[in-house]
Design a binder for this molecule. Structure first.
Ligand SMILES: [Zn+2]
Length: 256
């Protein structure tokens, strides 16, 4: 298999992968998936992410940040900064806003989100953005960083109009297993319309199901299923989706 895919968002740092990681990475390789951007999400996962990046240098590409679900935790920005300054860090994230009813209070989320955006701007790191039920607020905040912060709307769940607005701000759009589902019309439309130079693919393993696999069993190898679906939706060869998305990831995350 010649094509190479980069899974731009997978939680190989999730305890679910602790005992299976070597096999998961081997299966991904057999499916052509050779790069894994692994975002930390809370304080404990910062260290685990760094450890994994040292174990699989050049394959596990670490990103550090505090997810909005953990906005209520006592966040130590000095510790976060020490991870962000490591040589092999490719991004800041995952960060963002999640206005689901059971998430931390919105003002707390907005505060830690903007503090981390400030760090991204200072350190010149791209950001991995989580956004649920908060697209307008997130857009308004990002607008204030126009030209100063780049990044990805990870597993983008907004509508076509919001997608265009984030693209206009310079952001890339990443598709996960959601786009593979037969009736996911909103995702299909977005995957057909996103400019090829802003398109990325990911699995968000182990939390988003694909058409073929339940969420808990999703691994980075399923990135190929996502890419295949995007190719089918756009009527272009699978290999082209691989080449373009891997090239986009290399450019955005400044990979060799
Ligand atoms: Zn994630």
């Amino acid at each position: 298999m010649d094509q190479v895919l980069i899974d731009t968002h997978c939680h190989l740092n999730d305890p679910a992968f602790e005992s299976t990681l070597p096999d998961v990475i081997e299966r991904a390789g057999a499916a052509g998936v050779r790069g894994f951007i692994v975002p930390a999400y809370d304080r404990v996962s910062l260290k685990r992410t760094a450890d994994l990046a040292s174990l699989y240098p050049g394959a596990i590409l670490p990103s550090y940040g505090i997810h909005p679900w953990y906005a209520g935790d006592n966040i130590n920005y000095d510790i976060l900064l020490s991870y962000l300054r490591r040589q092999d860090t490719v991004a800041l994230g995952e960060i963002g806003l999640d206005f689901a009813p059971d998430a931390p209070p919105e003002p707390t989320q907005i505060e830690i989100f903007t503090r981390q955006l400030n760090l991204a701007r200072e350190l010149n790191l791209p950001v991995l953005l989580h956004c649920r039920n908060a697209h307008d607020t997130l857009y308004q905040i990002l607008k204030g960083y126009w030209g100063g912060v780049q990044g990805v709307m990870h597993s983008f769940s907004g509508n076509y109009e919001f997608m265009q607005r984030f693209i206009d701000l310079g952001f890339s759009i990443s598709f996960s297993g959601s786009v593979t589902r037969k009736r996911a019309k909103k995702y299909h439309r977005n995957a057909q319309a996103v400019p090829l130079d802003r398109l990325l693919v990911e699995t968000d393993a182990p939390s988003i199901a694909t058409e073929s696999t339940v969420a808990s069993a999703v691994e980075p190898r399923h990135c190929a299923e996502v890419a295949r679906k995007v190719a089918e939706l756009r009527g272009i060869p699978f290999e082209e989706v691989c080449t373009r998305t891997a090239g986009n990831a290399r450019r955005l995350f400044r990979l060799p």
